[in-house]
Design a protein around this ligand. Structure first.
Ligand SMILES: Nc1ncnc2c1ncn2[C@@H]1O[C@H](COP(=O)(O)OP(=O)(O)O)[C@@H](O)[C@H]1O
Ligand SMILES: [Mg+2]
Length: 263
């Protein structure tokens, strides 16, 4: 579990995060959604320690990251896996070498054990046969899966994915979303996914945090979101007429007035 309490962050005169409070639950996909520029990435960077908030607390299992010693923070970082935008694989290394990289840095395992572990996580993301390929030889969706394998190879307790679906087609996006959700539940990870993909929201959004101009405007589940009366949230999620129509259908259905019932 990660608790964010009253976090504020400014760059110069510009306040980016205004007093954000939110709790990210373990074993769940916690989604941060919102328009471009609303502060999603800055918030996640504060959570992983890449930015230091001006005020507030970030508690990992009750311990404030901002008050940890360097050693404690270093240990925490090793429990955090990250899937970067664009996968950020090393082009000159094979898939297997990419996944072994965190193990080389942070584990005491022998070469043989590291290779074994790398190939185990590769099998978990269904890429067993791609281990000797280079990033340039595999598709965008496969690169994301390699990125996920690399993010989980050290058995993290926390997993951060910033826009994991950017640049992917809808079907591949769905596969990636489901993989992230399965891994989250299987290994009881506290997962944070930054996205503006409404399909992801509906498929995997156990907890959803909607950011608007640096404030947490709304939170709830993917079941609540359809019925939310929050004006700003509705403007964001029902930006398309198609979704607006779907919402109206669903509301009628709830009231037993669906056109389908009248036939
Ligand atoms: N390192 C930085 N220095 C100054 N401003 C920044 C920095 N990083 C982000 N910002 C600003 O913070 C705001 C929120 O950005 P970001 O969190 O990246 O939005 P998004 O919700 O699209 O991820 C933007 O106005 C952006 O320009
Ligand atoms: Mg961003």
């Amino acid at each position: 579990m990660i608790e964010i309490r009253n976090v504020k962050k400014s760059f110069g005169e510009k306040t980016i995060l205004h007093d954000v409070t939110a709790t990210m639950e373990a074993g769940k996909c916690n989604l941060i959604i919102g328009a471009s520029g609303s502060g999603k990435t800055v918030l996640t960077k504060c959570m992983v320690g890449l930015f230091k908030p001006d005020q507030g607390e970030i508690l990992y299992n009750g311990q404030n990251m901002l008050e940890m010693t360097d050693e404690e923070r270093k240990q925490l970082r090793q429990q955090i896996g990250m899937l970067f935008q664009g996968s950020a694989l090393f082009d000159s290394m094979t898939v297997e070498e990419n996944i072994m990289f965190p193990l080389n840095m942070f584990s005491n395992l022998s070469y043989k054990e590291r290779r074994k572990k790398a190939n185990e996580v590769l099998a978990r993301v269904n890429l067993k046969d791609a281990n000797k390929k280079f990033p340039a030889e595999i598709s965008g969706g496969m690169k994301k899966r390699v990125g996920i394998a690399r993010a989980i190879v050290l058995n993290p307790k926390y997993l951060f994915c910033d826009e994991p679906n950017s640049g992917l087609d809808p079907q591949t996006s769905l596969l990636i979303d489901h993989l992230i959700k399965e891994i989250t539940e299987e290994y009881d990870i506290t997962t944070i996914v930054v996205t503006h993909d409404m399909n992801s929201v509906m498929e995997i959004g156990d907890r959803i945090f909607y950011m608007h101009q640096g404030k947490k405007q709304w939170e709830g589940s993917n079941k609540d979101i359809i019925f939310s009366k929050d004006k700003l949230l509705n403007e964001f999620i029902f930006a398309s007429e198609f979704l607006q129509g779907a919402k109206e259908m669903r509301m009628l259905e709830e009231k037993g007035e669906s056109p389908a019932n009248n036939q």
